[in-house]
Design a protein around this ligand. Structure first.
Ligand SMILES: Cc1cc2nc3c(=O)[nH]c(=O)nc-3n(C[C@H](O)[C@H](O)[C@H](O)COP(=O)(O)OP(=O)(O)OC[C@H]3O[C@@H](n4cnc5c(N)ncnc54)[C@H](O)[C@@H]3O)c2cc1C
Length: 471
C-alpha cells in the first residue's frame, strides 16, 4: 500500500512537494486555504548568485546559484530569460566593484556545475555570467535604438542606458545572468501537472484546522469545500508564515521570524517591451534601500524599494515569543492578507515606488498604478533576518516542516523530504526526483493560458501571466 502523505499549504513549497511525491507514486492529499496555488507572498527574481544581497556570505550565494539552476530546470516554463543590471547610486557607501571577488567565485562555481552536468548550463556561457560596462560604453549604447530581441549583453544595456540619469550612479555598471521567475506560470505549470496525477487529491479553499499525532499516523481535520478528517502516515507543513500555527498544535517549539512586504505594479506606457531587470543597490531599511525594477510584458513594471514606506513596513517584521512558534503580525497586516488593500494605501505606496525609481529613470515618472500590489508575509527560520537559504526540518517523526526563504530552495527541500520518507518507511524509489515528467510534458501555450487566467482571477493584469523571453 502506498504511503499516504498530507501537505498543508499550496505555495511553491507545498506544490513542489506534492508534484515530487505524486510523481513517486505516493498517495498525496494537498490542502490550500485559498482558491489558487501560490496565493501567498510573491516572487519574481531567480537569485542565481544572490547578488541582490551584498550582506550575505559567499557560501549562501553559491548555494543560491546551484539551487536556482535546479529550479530553472524543474520549472523551465516559468523562467523569464532576461539578465539583471546592478547599479550603485552615488549616495551609496559601497563601490560597484566591491562585488567582484564574489562574482569570480560564482563564475567558477557555475563552470564546475556545468562540468559536472552540462544540463546545468541554463544561465548561458560561464564566462559571460557577469559583464562590466564603463560609463563611456554606456554613453555610446544610449545612442542606439532598443531591440525587440536582444542578442547579447550590450543589447540588453540599451534601454537602461537610454533612460538612466548618469549623474545618479557610480560606474561601472554590472550585468549578471540572474533571470526572472513568473509566479503565475509556476502556479499554472505546477497546477496543470498536479491535476494529471490520479494519486494526488487537491483540496483548494480548504483549511486544515487541527492535527493529532498518534503512534504511527497523523489525523488531519479540515474544513472548506469539504469538511472531514483524514488519517495519513506522513505530514508536511508547508503553511508559509502560518507554519507556526501547525507547530503550536503539535506542541513543537521553534524560533522564527515573519515579515510582511509588498511589491507594486505600475504601467509605463512609454516603455519599449524588452527590458532587463534593474537593481539599484542600497542599505535595507533606510530611506535609501535597494530599488528593484522588474519588467513584465507590455509596459507593466513591478517595483520594490527596501525602504520603510515602500516595500517594508516599520512594524512588519515580528519574532516568535514565549512557547508559541507562531510570530504574530499586527492585525492591520492580517487584514490586508485576508481582505485586500485599501485603495489609498495602495496608491500612495505605488506612487512612492514610482518616484523612487524615477530618481534613476526620470521618464519613469509618467508610470501609473497598474493593479493591487503583489504582497504577503513570509517566514524566516531562526532569528537572523538576513538569512536567504533554508530548506526543511524534521522536528518530529514523520513530520517535515518546510522553511524556504527563497523559492529556489524547493528542490533541496523536496530531496530532504524524499530521503526522510525513504528512511521512515524503508522505501526504494526507482526514479530520481528532479525529472517530474508531467511538468515538462506541458506546452508553452497551455501554461500561458492558465497563467493569464490565474492572474485575472486574482485581479492582476492578465499580461502578468506572459513571459517576455523563453529559457
Ligand atoms: C514582497 C516579496 C517578494 C519576494 N520576492 C522573492 C523573489 O523574487 N524570489 C524568491 O525566491 N523569493 C521571493 N520572496 C520569498 C517567497 O515569496 C517565499 O519564500 C515563498 O513564496 C514561500 O513559499 P511557501 O510555499 O513556503 O509559503 P506560502 O507561499 O506562504 O504558502 C503557504 C500556503 O499555505 C496556505 N495555508 C496556510 N495555513 C493553511 C492551513 N491551515 N490550511 C490550508 N492551507 C494553509 C496559505 O494559504 C499559503 O497559500 C518574496 C517575498 C515577498 C514577501
Amino acid at each position: 500500500m502506498a504511503v499516504k502523505v498530507a501537505i498543508v499549504g499550496g505555495g511553491v513549497a507545498g506544490l513542489t512537494a506534492a508534484l515530487t511525491l505524486g510523481n513517486l507514486g505516493l498517495d498525496v492529499i494537498i490542502f490550500e486555504a485559498k482558491s489558487a496555488f501560490i496565493s501567498g507572498p510573491p516572487f519574481c527574481h531567480l537569485h542565481a548568485g544572490g547578488n541582490l544581497y551584498r550582506e550575505i556570505s559567499d557560501s549562501q550565494c553559491t548555494t543560491l546559484l546551484r539551487q536556482s539552476i535546479d529550479f530553472a530546470k524543474l520549472y523551465p516554463f516559468s523562467i523569464d530569460k532576461r539578465p539583471t543590471i546592478f547599479a550603485t547610486p552615488i549616495y551609496d557607501p559601497h563601490e560597484p566593484l566591491d562585488l567582484l571577488d564574489r562574482l569570480e567565485i560564482l563564475k567558477q562555481e557555475y563552470k564546475e556545475l556545468i562540468q559536472k552536468d552540462n544540463t546545468n548550463k541554463v544561465l548561458g556561457e560561464a564566462d559571460n555570467y557577469y559583464e562590466i560596462f564603463s560609463k563611456e560604453e554606456l554613453l555610446l549604447l544610449a545612442k542606439k535604438e532598443p531591440l525587440k530581441n536582444p542578442q547579447n549583453s550590450s543589447d540588453w544595456m540599451i534601454p537602461f542606458a537610454k533612460n538612466l540619469d548618469f549623474n545618479r550612479i557610480k560606474f561601472p555598471i554590472i550585468l549578471i545572468q540572474e533571470y526572472g521567475i513568473n509566479l503565475f506560470r509556476v502556479a499554472a505549470n505546477g497546477g496543470l501537472a498536479l491535476e494529471n496525477m490520479p494519486n494526488v487529491k487537491i483540496l483548494r479553499d480548504t483549511k486544515v484546522i487541527d492535527v493529532n499525532k498518534s503512534e504511527s499516523s497523523y489525523i488531519v481535520e479540515y474544513c472548506g469545500r469539504e469538511s472531514s478528517k483524514v488519517e495519513v502516515d506522513y505530514l508536511i507543513n508547508a503553511a508559509g508564515f502560518k507554519t507556526g500555527v501547525i507547530d503550536d498544535i503539535l506542541g513543537v517549539e521553534e524560533i522564527r521570524l515573519v515579515e510582511f512586504k509588498a511589491a507594486y505594479t505600475s504601467i509605463w506606457e512609454d516603455r519599449c517591451d524588452v527590458w532587463p531587470e534593474v537593481i539599484f543597490h542600497g542599505i535595507r531599511g533606510t530611506n535609501r534601500g535597494m530599488g528593484q525594477f522588474t519588467p513584465y510584458c507590455s509596459g507593466v513594471v513591478q517595483l520594490h524599494a527596501m525602504t520603510p514606506d515602500i516595500t517594508l513596513f516599520s512594524d512588519g517584521l515580528v519574532s516568535s515569543k514565549g512557547s508559541s512558534s507562531y510570530p504574530k503580525l499586527d492585525k492591520k497586516f492580517i487584514d490586508i492578507i485576508d481582505n485586500g488593500w485599501d485603495i489609498e494605501l495602495r496608491d500612495s505606496r505605488t506612487k512612492k515606488a514610482v518616484e523612487y525609481l524615477s530618481n534613476f529613470f526620470p521618464k519613469f515618472k509618467s508610470a501609473k498604478v497598474a493593479s493591487k500590489p503583489l504582497f504577503g508575509a513570509q517566514q524566516i527560520p531562526g532569528n537572523d533576518p538576513t538569512l536567504r537559504v533554508a530548506e526543511v526540518s524534521f522536528p518530529l517523526d514523520r513530520y517535515a516542516r518546510c522553511e524556504i526563504v527563497k523559492v529556489s530552495s524547493v528542490n533541496d527541500m523536496t530531496s530532504a523530504i524524499v530521503k526522510d520518507i525513504k528512511k521512515e518507511f524503508s522505501l526504494e524509489f526507482k526514479e530520481e526526483i528532479f525529472n517530474i515528467d508531467n511538468l515538462n510534458l506541458l506546452d508553452e501555450d497551455s501554461i500561458t493560458k492558465r497563467a493569464k487566467d490565474i492572474a485575472k482571477r486574482l485581479n492582476y493584469p492578465e499580461i502578468l501571466g506572459e513571459r517576455c523571453r523563453k529559457l
